[in-house]
Write a protein that binds this ligand. Structure first.
Ligand SMILES: [Zn+2]
Length: 330
C-alpha cells in the first residue's frame, strides 16, 4: 500500500476493532468520543475515508488528489508529527499526474542548462593570475569581480562563484544555486551599473544556500537576497514570497527559522507569511546608514551583525507586530 494509507493506519489509535465490511473503528480523535464511533476504511485503489459517527466529521483522500484541509486536521488529531504530514502532502503532490509542474517546483532537480556556456570558476581562474605580463584580459575582469566581492566583505573563496567572458555576462559574478551539491540554477549579479542587476535561471521552490546549513548553529537566518545570505552564511528566498516547498525544505533542517525581512512593503508581506508558518523574526536595531544584512557586515563585520540579528530575534506574534510597526516606518 502507499505511503499515505500506510502512515494513516500506523497512527490510528491502537485500541481498534475491524468490522467484516472493512471498517476500522476506534475512539474518534476529532471529538470527545468514548464509544469507538470513529470509522476508517481503505477503499479500492488506495483511497481512504474517515467518518465520525459521533460529531459528523468526515474526510477522505485518493491518489491524484491533494491532501485537503480536513484530512490535514484529521492527521493532526491522530498526532502525526508536522514534518511527517508535510512529507505526506508532498507525496500526494507527487502522485498527482496532472500536476507535474507543481511537482517540479517542489524539489529542485539538476538543471542541464546549468551555467552559461564557458562560465569559469574563480578557483580555475586563479591560474590565470600567474600568466606572464601582457595577457591581462581575463585576469583584469577577474580582479574586478574579486574586488567587488571583497568590497561587500564576501570571501571569494568561501563560495564557488563563477565568472564568464560571454557577451552580456562579462561584468557579472555568477552565483550558482546548489542543491545537494548539484547546480540547479544560478544568478548573475552585475558588478557595475548594468541593468538588470540580476540575470537568473531559477526554479520555483528553491532555497539558496541550504546545502551550507549543516553547522552547529541552532537557527537558520533567512533573508531575501543571496548577498545578504552569503555575508552571514544564512539562506535566501530569492524573492519576497515564502513558497510552500521553501518552507518545507527549511523546516527539514530541524532548526529555528529566523526571517530578517527586507525593509519595504514586500518585506512586510514576507513577515506576515513567516508568522503564519511559525517562524521567528528579527528586525535588528541597525546603526544609522545600514539598510540590510550585507550593509551591516560591510560596516560592522560578520560577528557584530550576527549578534544584532540574534539579539533582536523574536517569536512572540504580538511583540513582532509591535516592533514591525516601528521598524518599517523608521
Ligand atoms: Zn468526532
Amino acid at each position: 500500500m502507499g505511503l499515505i494509507t500506510d502512515t494513516l493506519q500506523t497512527y490510528l489509535p491502537s485500541k481498534r476493532k475491524h468490522t467484516p465490511s472493512g471498517w476500522i473503528s476506534f475512539n474518534a480523535p476529532c471529538c470527545d468520543d468514548k464509544r469507538q464511533r470513529g470509522g476508517f476504511i481503505v477503499n479500492a485503489g488506495d483511497a481512504v475515508s474517515y467518518h465520525c459517527f459521533n460529531c459528523g466529521f468526515k474526510c477522505s483522500w485518493q491518489p491524484g488528489r491533494h491532501i485537503s484541509q480536513k484530512m490535514n486536521q484529521f492527521m493532526r488529531n491522530l498526532n502525526i508529527p508536522d514534518d511527517t504530514i508535510a512529507q505526506l502532502r508532498l507525496e500526494a503532490l507527487r502522485l498527482d499526474d496532472n500536476n507535474t509542474t507543481e511537482i517540479r517546483s517542489i524539489i529542485p532537480k539538476f538543471d542541464s542548462r546549468a551555467l552559461p556556456l564557458d562560465a569559469i570558476s574563480f578557483e580555475e581562474l586563479t591560474t590565470f593570475l600567474k600568466l606572464p605580463d601582457g595577457d591581462y584580459a581575463v585576469p583584469t575582469k577577474f580582479a574586478e569581480s574579486v574586488a567587488y566581492l571583497v568590497d561587500r566583505k564576501i570571501d571569494p573563496f568561501e563560495y564557488p562563484f563563477y565568472w564568464t567572458n560571454k557577451v552580456g555576462f562579462n561584468n557579472r559574478i555568477i552565483i550558482p544555486f546548489l542543491y545537494k551539491g548539484e547546480i540547479v540554477g544560478w544568478t548573475a549579479r552585475a558588478i557595475n551599473d548594468a541593468k538588470p542587476k540580476y540575470l537568473s535561471e531559477q526554479q520555483p521552490g528553491y532555497v539558496f544556500n541550504l546545502d551550507r546549513q549543516q553547522d552547529d548553529r541552532a537557527f537558520v537566518i533567512v533573508s531575501e537576497g543571496p548577498f545578504d545570505a552569503l555575508s552571514i552564511n544564512g539562506c535566501a528566498l530569492l524573492g519576497a514570497e515564502i513558497k510552500d516547498s521553501q518552507n518545507w525544505l527549511l523546516k527539514q533542517l530541524g532548526k529555528e527559522l529566523v526571517l530578517v525581512p527586507d525593509r519595504d512593503a514586500a518585506g512586510k508581506a514576507t513577515l506576515e507569511q513567516a508568522l503564519e508558518l511559525g517562524w521567528s523574526v528579527s528586525m535588528p536595531n541597525w546603526p544609522d546608514g545600514v539598510k540590510d544584512i550585507n550593509d551591516a557586515v560591510v560596516k560592522l563585520g560578520r560577528l557584530a551583525t550576527l549578534w544584532l540579528i540574534v539579539s533582536a530575534k523574536e517569536s512572540n506574534n504580538l511583540k513582532i507586530q509591535l516592533r514591525a510597526k516601528k521598524w518599517f516606518n523608521e
